[in-house]
Ligand binder design. Structure first.
Ligand code: ADP
Length: 535
């Protein structure tokens, strides 16, 4: 660790709220670095310069040219490269052509800070890689970008270079990568560190969703400069392909995921997405740390999108938010109806293929449903049909809308999260905070954060929502019947609501847990760190 005892952390992510968000990863990347900094860590972000990210960053320091991976034979004749330390020249060649434009513009790192928050950041510019389209992972038709592997190999490579001292004024003690987009960085770091006999930083890899793995055909090996010493069963090879996720799992010193239950689930075949064997092997260094709620964004008392605000002591503002929401979504103004909402990617991961099957029963029992989301066309169509059948009671807004998400979570009585699997889940945490009772399936972070409203749990003040087990229309329907029954008992409903609003999932606790992991790794000499399977 560095002399000044402030742990220097390079936080590597593809997404950052509010600049670029496709899911919970963006929320975490906005909240965790400041929470770590508040506890004394020196954190810098490393982000690809996607257009919306670049627009939110103010340059504030030097730009570092990135030596592109080049043919080792070549550089001996290229005088301009002599400024780079020797280990850079030993990089596996082949990445360069992917990120160089036709006119030879090379990638570079721009130092800056997030304009809105002041957070220090390195922006990775790679001409031709990050400018295309709105979405970081796929085109408008939902097809993964053809250059996906290169996009995130570059991110990883930049992380590895910074980790090994590219910026001599700020060399991180810890490189902390998030999801498959950063996995290759830990492999490069491992490989380059060993190759150059350099001390390398400790590495932590966080799984936000194991289902997205970044698997590419073996033909990417050469262009991405992945030597045989990395490409094998105990490395980043996955059934003959290159897996960025597996690279992160194998070549990191510690692995975390976003809830204790998910940390256990992914070591078993049902939820292991084909990597449960790797994760069982790495179980001694696998930790589950729950995400928190960013109080500056999600707080019913201060939320500008839900005014007048409300609290557990005075819920009158919530009744007004409900009336406004019914009006905005075109639902019948019925103060007494159980108004359920969904704010989600509309996918079977979220269990939302079950929703169309139970809508008619919910409506027949006097309930209402308001959905905000994008995703599977089949789910969208089935919900549109439900809306046509029940225009007064079912409303659907297809799209991504941050403001409407706040209005739904503020105004609804209940938020439905019947996920098939759920690493942590954030919307149930927002629901708790807003007194919008979560109805969840008992998996992953949902199981860790919501307590079922059984009689005894209501009695002892621990009930915070409705929890069910079976992933089926029957399971969801039964849970909704229990929700309706609780809602017909206003005093009990309010008790559960107040319990829910008293829960605190804060980023300070999460940051303490991450810092504990960093310190633990840094307390050991490099050669005794857990390291990879291939040590
Ligand atoms: P995941 O990351 O699997 O999509 P999470 O619950 O961890 O699920 O995070 C989802 C985040 O995205 C939450 O902040 C949620 O409010 C937000 N979100 C999801 N869909 C939409 C949408 N259509 N409009 C606005 N926000 C959305």
């Amino acid at each position: 660790m560095s002399d000044d005892l402030k742990v220097k952390v390079l936080y590597v992510s593809a997404e950052l709220f509010p600049l670029l968000k496709t899911g919970g990863l963006a929320d975490v990347s906005a909240a965790l670095p400041p929470a770590l900094a508040a506890q004394g860590a020196d954190v810098r972000l490393l982000l690809p310069a996607f257009p919306s990210v670049q627009a939110g960053v103010t340059p504030s320091g030097p730009a570092l040219p990135l030596p592109a991976g080049r043919d080792v034979h070549h550089h001996h004749h290229t005088a301009t490269h002599t400024a780079w330390p020797g280990w850079v020249h030993s990089l596996p060649a082949g990445l360069g052509p992917l990120a160089h434009t036709a006119d030879g513009t090379a990638p570079w790192l721009q130092a800056g800070h997030i304009t809105a928050s002041g957070q220090p950041v390195w922006l990775l510019h790679a001409p031709g890689l990050y400018e295309q389209g709105q979405h970081p992972y796929h085109d408008d038709n939902g097809h993964a970008w053809a250059n996906s592997a290169a996009r995130f190999a570059w991110l990883g490579w930049a992380a590895a270079l910074l980790g090994l001292g590219l910026d001599s004024a700020w060399t991180p003690d810890v490189v902390h990568g998030h999801d498959w987009h950063t996995g290759l960085g830990l492999a490069y770091l491992h490989h380059l560190g060993a190759h150059a006999h350099l001390p390398r930083p400790a590495t932590v890899f966080t799984i936000h969703n194991l289902a997205y793995q970044g698997v590419f055909g073996p033909d990417v090996r050469t262009p991405l400069g992945l030597p045989a010493t990395l490409f094998h069963m105990h490395g980043l090879e996955y059934h003959g392909n290159v897996s960025f996720m597996k690279a992160g799992l194998v070549f990191s010193d510690a692995i975390t995921t976003v809830s204790p239950t998910y940390a256990r689930e992914i070591t078993r075949p049902e939820q292991g997405c084909g990597l449960d064997g790797v994760l069982r092997h790495r179980q001694p260094v696998l930790h589950g740390i729950l995400n928190g709620v960013d109080d500056t964004v999600w707080n019913p008392a201060t939320d500008p999108l839900v005014q007048p605000g409300y609290s557990a002591d005075d819920l009158s503002g919530k009744a007004q938010a409900k009336a406004r929401l019914q009006q905005r979504m075109g639902l019948q103004a019925r103060p007494g109806a159980l108004l359920c909402c969904v704010v989600s990617r509309l996918t079977s991961q979220k269990g939302l293929h079950l929703l169309p099957e139970v809508v008619d029963d919910l409506v027949a029992s006097g309930g209402q449903l308001a959905v905000l989301g994008t995703g599977d066309q089949a789910i969208v169509q089935a919900l549109q049909e439900a809306q046509r059948r029940h225009p007064d009671s079912v409303a659907l807004h297809v799209g991504y809308d941050e403001a409407l998400a706040h209005q739904l979570i503020g105004g609804a009585d209940m938020i439905l999260v019947p996920s098939q699997f759920e690493p942590c889940g954030l919307t149930q945490l927002y629901g708790l905070r807003y007194g919008t009772l979560p109805l969840v399936r008992a998996v992953g972070g949902l199981a860790d954060t919501v307590t079922d409203c059984t009689l005894e749990n209501i009695d002892d003040g621990s009930a915070t929502g409705v929890v069910f087990g079976e992933l089926s229309a029957w399971g969801l329907r039964t849970a909704l019947r229990r929700a309706l029954a609780l809602h017909r008992r206003p005093a009990d409903w309010q008790t559960v609501q107040r319990n829910a609003m008293r829960q605190h999932f804060d980023w300070a606790s999460a940051a303490r847990a991450y810092l504990g992991i960093y310190r633990n790794l840094l307390a050991r000499p490099l050669h005794t760190r857990p390291g990879s399977l291939s040590n």
